[in-house]
Write a protein that binds this ligand. Structure first.
Ligand code: FAD
Ligand code: MLT
Ligand code: ZN
Length: 473
């Protein structure tokens, strides 16, 4: 790998991507050298914004010949420093945002073929305009891009019913680290012709190649919905309530998010438009959504009856069922604002861990006891996709602690949480990926064989280690 800026590099890149495709001034480069939370900072030799697959391939070919490392970049909402260059000033950031065309929609095949730089929310809208539904949904959907979603195998709030991004993709187009183009844009639901290569690139965090386009699955549009904010005693009640609702509502359960009172208080404190959905305070809540492709009120009646039964069984302390789209939106806004509110509150340490759903209560109680014993005053901000066993077991600093002192404790805090997760058979990253943040820690939790196999795949596709070096492995 080249450890010095290559002479004349900017002119050679400009010759491929044109004036508009090269970010010139240092001032304009700055946003590409840091992450969404402002926690990671680097320096880029150049930032390019190719407008087509051909331009990506030519840029990568040039950089590979010069042995220059590259950092693929989408909407930059990564929470683990995955899309930030290192501080050597020698890496080139390749941002896909200008590649934002929808190439085709095939309603009968229930697919759309899209370029990597399409913003997730724009794709949800395109599906809707064609009478279909694209179910990937997350708080960052207004700025994250599908190339980034694929590269992180993003989860979000629809996983319970529709699966992670990996389950939503049928084909990929990828520029490999040497500049060759793999055209795997197949729209097939069945294809048993050997290794399914697309899955190598999903969740690879840009370390194996640059995704330039994808064929995505579409689904029937939900035509009726019921949404409720349900107060419960504790996380064990959340798990028991999910099992009970599954018996009566089955696959109609589309969203099932755990929210602690600490989260509600943070949102009420920092987000002026937020309102407490229930009159009294409760320690825990779940935001539950049912949806059905059949229109009508049946789903509302089913939900009310199911919650009534659950209340009789002692699983529900109180509940507010949204009576309008506006109320539904406000409930989801409360959920999605937790990340922003925690950011506004100050220094936080984030975890996106998973355990079997049945073990979530133990995860929360054991990790909280261990952390509070070792870090007096630490505030646990636990929420998230409990229906998938995936909890954002985040921590905010004690009221009077300095941010720097808190951050200096993060390796120790992480370690306490990850040990509990590991004891419960879980994963230290269920959603956001390893990036830089969890790159070292993962070595403690994956077997030597798994790490060897991962390194062998990396060497095969990227023998010179040019594609997003320093991330994942
Ligand atoms: P970036 O941040 O630009 O990049 C992420 C990684 O993908 C990097 O390794 C980068 O090198 C690589 N990459 C980007 N584009 C390409 C490409 N075309 N080809 C190859 N590699 C590429 N994540 C969840 O899973 N679930 C959530 O619920 C969730 N909620 C969030 C809420 C908020 C408010 C925020 C800020 C983040 C949230 N995230 C969540 C994390 C983040 O949004 C996701 O990881 C998202 O998928 C990243 O997409 P991006 O376009 O921003 O990617
Ligand atoms: C979310 O689900 O809101 C994010 O993935 C969590 C986070 O910000 O930690
Ligand atoms: Zn999440």
């Amino acid at each position: 790998m080249n450890d010095r800026p290559a002479p004349g590099l900017a002119d050679r890149l400009r010759a491929i991507v044109g004036e508009r495709g090269l970010v010139g001034e240092d001032r304009e480069k700055a946003p590409f050298e840091t992450d969404w939370r402002g926690q990671y900072h680097g320096r880029a030799a150049a930032v390019v914004k190719p407008a087509s697959t051909d331009e990506v391939a030519r840029v990568v070919t040039l950089l590979a010949q010069e042995r220059i490392a590259m950092v693929p970049r989408g909407g930059n909402t990564s929470l683990c420093g995955a899309s930030v260059p290192d501080d050597s000033g020698t890496q080139v950031v390749i941002n896909l945002s200008r590649m934002n065309r929808v190439r085709a929609v095939d309603p009968d095949n229930n697919t759309m073929t899209v370029e990597a730089g399409c913003v997730l929310e724009a794709l949800q809208n395109v599906a809707d305009e064609h009478g279909r539904f694209f179910p990937l949904s997350l708080g960052a959907e207004g700025s994250c891009e599908i190339g980034g979603n694929l590269s992180t195998n993003a989860g979000g709030t629809g996983v319970l019913r529709y699966g992670n991004t990996r389950e939503l993709v049928l084909g990929l187009e990828v520029v490999l680290p040497d500049g060759r183009l793999w055209s795997g844009l197949r729209g097939l639901r069945k294809d048993n012709t050997g290794y399914d290569l697309k899955h190598l690139f999903v969740g690879a965090e840009g370390t194996l190649g640059i995704i330039t386009a994808a064929v995505l699955k579409l689904f029937p549009k939900p035509r009726s919905r019921a949404t409720a904010f349900v107060a419960i005693a504790d996380p064990a009640a959340a798990v028991a309530l999910l099992s009970k609702l599954r018996e009566s509502c089955g696959e109609r359960i589309t969203g099932y998010e755990l929210i602690s009172r600490v989260c509600v208080d943070l949102v009420l404190k920092h987000i002026p438009a937020a309102r407490d959905p229930l009159p009294a305070r409760h320690a825990w809540y779940v935001l539950v959504e049912l949806s059905d492709s059949a229109p009508g009120d049946a789903i509302g009646a089913l939900f009310e009856a199911a919650l009534g039964e659950a209340a009789e069984a002692g699983l529900v302390a109180d509940a507010m069922i949204a009576a309008s789209e506006a109320q539904r939106d406000a409930l989801w806004q409360m959920r999605e604002d937790i990340t922003e509110a925690q950011k506004l509150e100050g220094a936080s340490i984030k975890h996106d861990v998973s355990v079997p759903v049945s073990r979530v209560p133990e995860l929360i109680s054991r990790a909280t006891a261990a952390l509070e014993a070792r870090f007096p005053g630490i505030r646990v901000v636990a929420f998230g996709h409990v229906g998938d066993g995936n909890i954002h077991y985040n921590c905010s600093k004690a009221d009077r602690q300095e941010a720097a002192a808190f951050f200096s404790e993060s390796p120790a805090v992480n370690h306490v949480v990850y040990q509990v997760v590991n004891d419960l058979g879980g994963s230290i990253s269920a959603e956001h990926g390893l990036g830089v943040l969890k790159r070292d820690e993962i070595r403690l939790y994956k077997s030597a064989l798994e790490l060897d196999l991962m390194r062998a795949i990396k060497r095969t596709l990227d023998p010179h280690g040019l594609m997003n070096p320093g991330k994942v492995l």
